[in-house]
Design a protein around this ligand. Structure first.
Ligand code: HEM
Length: 368
């Protein structure tokens, strides 16, 4: 995966983070949100009444488009988006297989290994080509343009570092956000009363138009639904850390060099932290006693130096899409007793379960 922010070693992380940070400064978010609004609108306007959709797949489509457009600018072509979409999917699927395969077998020329290496080449080549075509363009406010222009106390990103950061963002930002949204839709379909309350909020704020950055402060229920979804089904479900010096952790000796795995989906279901942890209860976030801080055990975006850099981006995107969906559509699970089991991949993916969608009356299906 190159040497971008998600995978680079500790020794170079601080410098890279300083160089990537300006693209995620809060004042950049309203422009990215305009892209999110556009694709939330397009998605929910294209659906047909009575159609069956697989939420995870629909949401993946939106998050790929949002990532490609915010990264490369609004002139990104449909062909470029399609190529990136296909390549990230193949790389992530193969990447997980590699993670759980013994190292000795990873290099064997099995069909799966060959497919993974091929997918990686395709993604790297697509990123290089797309970046190179824009290297000398005007600053269009895209994340790439910011990377190319950033020069600060940490220096500037080299040519290879720019490719690596773009790769890192695609790999870290697309599937995770699609997974969060996919789960939120499935959970809402299983909790019609919560879905109705969310619809009422969305209708009062949006009245049929797609949600925008300015609407976010009033989409409180949407934000709570998303937060609860991130608690119950955190897209990133396993983190790893390497211990840098001998330490004591909850009474256990952990030697320098050891790997510690942190399973946030387990942490988020501890009854001593979250009352009735298995319940989907967005209103728990109204109580001041519910731990919201990483320090208290709520870590969907991790914590510390390597905390998700796209945290605010992802929350804005997921909230805007969710509110737009809830205003315009009702999601029905026609198999309410069917399996709801998560599919463990690099993310904790929702099952490919179809939902029937019903158009809400009086929606205008257009933005603005
Ligand atoms: C709901 C969606 C998302 C979730 C749950 C999520 C979760 C996470 C987590 C848990 C980490 C930390 C990994 C670790 O500590 O080892 C992380 C890191 C990261 N995420 Fe996200 N993420 C999401 C969306 C995004 C988006 C939209 C972007 C970019 C636009 C992004 C970019 C990154 C990057 C670059 C890192 C590495 C940060 C570093 O090491 O300094 N993520 N993410």
């Amino acid at each position: 995966m190159g040497n971008g922010l998600t995978v680079c070693p500790y020794s170079v992380h601080r410098r890279q983070r300083r160089l990537v940070q300006p693209a995620f400064h809060r004042d950049r978010l309203p422009a990215y949100a305009a892209v999110m609004t556009r694709y939330a609108d397009a998605l929910t306007a294209a659906w047909q009444d009575g159609q069956d959709i697989v939420p995870g797949e629909e949401m993946y489509d939106v998050t790929v488009r949002v990532a490609a457009t915010t990264l490369f600018g609004t002139r990104v072509t449909d062909a470029e988006v399609a190529e990136i979409r296909q390549a990230i999917g193949a790389v992530l699927a193969g990447g997980f297989r590699r993670m759980v395969t013994p190292v000795a077998l990873a290099g064997l020329p099995t069909p799966a290994n060959r497919r993974y290496v091929q997918a990686k080449h395709t993604l790297f080549a697509a990123v290089r080509r797309t970046v190179d075509q824009r290297r000398h363009s005007d600053d269009d406010g895209s994340i790439l343009a910011t990377f190319l222009a950033t020069q600060n106390e940490a220096g500037a990103l080299s040519e290879t570092e720019v490719y690596d950061q773009v790769l890192s963002l695609l790999v870290a930002g697309v599937d995770t956000t699609a997974c969060a949204l996919g789960w939120a839709c499935l959970l809402l379909s299983r909790h019609p009363e919560i879905q109705e309350r969310l619809h009422r909020e969305a209708r009062a704020v949006l009245g049929g138009r797609a949600a925008t950055w300015e609407d976010l402060p009033r989409l409180e229920m949407a934000e709570r639904v998303l937060t609860e979804s991130l608690r119950l089904r955190p897209p990133v479900w396993l983190l790893s850390r390497t211990v840098t010096r001998d330490a004591l952790l909850a009474g256990h000796r952990v030697p320098a060099g050891a790997t510690v795995l942190i399973g946030q989906h387990i942490l988020h279901q501890r009854a001593d932290l979250f009352a009735r942890p298995e319940d989907f209860d967005p209103d728990r976030w109204l109580a001041s006693t519910t731990p919201r801080n990483p320090r208290d055990g709520f870590i969907p975006f991790s914590s510390g130096a390597r905390q998700c850099i796209g945290n605010d981006f992802a929350i804005a995107e997921a909230t805007l899409v969710l509110a737009t969906v809830a205003d315009r559509w009702r999601l029905e699970d026609r198999d309410p007793n069917g399996s709801f089991r998560p599919v463990p991949r690099i993310v904790l993916a929702p099952p490919k379960k179809p939902l029937r969608i019903h158009r809400r009356p009086d929606s205008t299906d257009s933005a603005g």
